[in-house]
Design a protein around this ligand. Structure first.
Ligand code: ATP
Ligand code: MG
Length: 422
């Protein structure tokens, strides 16, 4: 894409009302636009990152047999009354229409998915899918609405935000446990692919009323709202909220070896048992015609929060440093100066990169100094910066530099293509 055609522009100044680093950098780079506290629109560059994160998550959900759906955001009040959450959930948006009818604006989707499944499940036979390794698991990637009180962390805590939520359904504890364990690894894979695996810990958190633990995936960051105790040796952590001697003992962790850190919860997985199947009477009859409530698990990841976390933990004082897997473009091609030979050479390289399916943002803008173009490249944070200038041509080609490296090197066009394709 040509930067001269991109309708967004970078900004030097941080927005006055934004205190979080992630939103500041994303707004200055033109990735997102702030509508109000906790509500952001995605602009072309930000949307490209979001779609890449989305595709990674979708691929991993499909691999474990997840079936993708898109559930409604308007949710019947009756469903929420059935689970008791119409009154108990503080952050629920309640919307009413002209006739006075009230609906909930979906903060999560147990109240929708469980009644849907009631139409399709009544016997253990309904769970015998193709392979026993992929039980019934349904997911979506969609906007959620929550009346968050503190929406000061940019993309980390939205009032409208994108979430992947998966719900799994089981006839036995063993079946549930097997899938739940598998999901722990799936989540590790997702965070590694997004580029923050080295900073993200499987974290034991309190399980609420029904189970002993839930598991969170916490990414180390000084700006995180959570406090966790990390055991480096086993790569697990415990959330401060559940931290006590009995918990440590049951997890076989030694207090002296744990390090206290601030972190961001990028995802979590829960054992729901029959919490939602009971109120809706989602049940099945077994081989002996005995009726049981279906067992459930749920698995969430906030996509906007994940995007914001990548920015928080992978940036420097000049801007963002995108991992290749989620960068809007892998290459930022800069044409420096107005020299005709430079322009022609840059056009040629742009065409060759595109022909080789390398995603490239081409800074073909006229009337900009080299300093301005470099500053934009650092702010926008593509993994590779490729510069075409009179000097680079004289030295035999282009200058390539990784965003996280200080010094670049000169390569011929063929060498450049080989490097980027490998
Ligand atoms: P938190 O404790 O941070 O409020 P939560 O326990 O309410 O999170 P869940 O309801 O389990 O979170 O949602 C699943 C995932 O959705 C979270 O792990 C997080 O990644 C994301 N998420 C939750 N709330 C928000 C929000 N307000 N903005 C962006 N992402 C969110
Ligand atoms: Mg919450």
């Amino acid at each position: 894409m040509r930067q001269s055609k991109l309708f967004t522009k970078t900004r030097r100044e941080a927005p006055a009302d934004e205190v979080s680093k992630n939103a500041e950098l994303l707004i200055r780079g033109g990735f997102i636009h702030k509508e109000m506290a906790g509500v952001y629109s995605y602009l072309p560059l930000g949307f490209r990152v979001l779609q890449k994160i989305e595709n990674i998550i979708r691929e991993e959900m499909n691999k474990v047999g997840g079936q993708e759906v898109l559930l409604s955001s308007f949710q019947p009040k009756e469903n929420w009354e059935k689970t008791g959450r119409w009154d108990s959930m503080d952050d629920l948006y309640k919307v009413s229409d002209a006739s006075g009818r009230e609906v909930a604006l979906g903060p999560t989707h147990e109240e929708i998915i469980v009644p849907i499944l009631k139409n399709y499940i009544s016997s253990y036979k309904d769970f015998l899918l193709d392979s026993l390794d992929s039980p019934l698991a349904i997911y979506q990637i969609q906007n959620k609405f929550r009346m968050e009180l503190r929406a000061k962390s940019g993309m980390l805590r939205g009032r409208e935000f994108m979430m992947k939520d998966m719900y799994s359904f089981h006839t036995s504890e063993e079946d549930f446990e097997k899938f739940y364990d598998k999901m722990k690894n799936v989540y590790k894979t997702i965070f590694a692919r997004v580029g923050i695996g080295h900073l993200t810990y499987l974290t034991f958190a309190s399980g609420g009323t029904f189970s002993k633990y839930s598991h969170e995936f916490q990414t180390l960051s000084g700006t995180g709202e959570d406090t966790i105790y990390v055991d480096e040796a086993s790569s697990v952590a415990v959330n401060k909220e559940v931290f006590n001697d009995a918990v440590l003992k049951s997890l076989e962790l030694e207090k002296e070896k744990l390090v206290e850190r601030k972190s961001i919860e990028v995802g979590n997985i829960f054992d729901l048992k029959t919490k939602y199947s009971k109120p809706f009477d989602l049940s099945f009859t077994d081989e002996k015609e005995q009726k049981h409530n279906v067992l459930m698990g749920c698995y969430g990841i906030g996509l906007g929060r994940l995007l914001g976390t990548v920015v928080e933990v992978l940036s420097d004082d000049k801007g963002i440093i995108w991992p290749e897997s989620v960068a809007p473009f892998s290459v930022h091609l800069l044409a420096l100066g107005e020299d005709e030979t430079v322009k022609a050479e840059a056009e040629k390289i742009y065409a060759r990169l595109q022909k080789n399916n390398i995603e490239v943002l081409f800074d073909d803008r006229l009337g900009m100094s080299a300093g301005e173009k470099f500053a934009d490249a650092d702010l926008l944070g593509m993994p590779y910066r490729v510069v075409v200038s009179e000097r680079s041509i004289k030295e035999g080609g282009v200058e390539i530099k990784k965003r996280n490296e200080k010094k670049g090197k000169i390569l011929s066009l063929e060498e450049l293509l080989n490097l980027l394709k490998s």
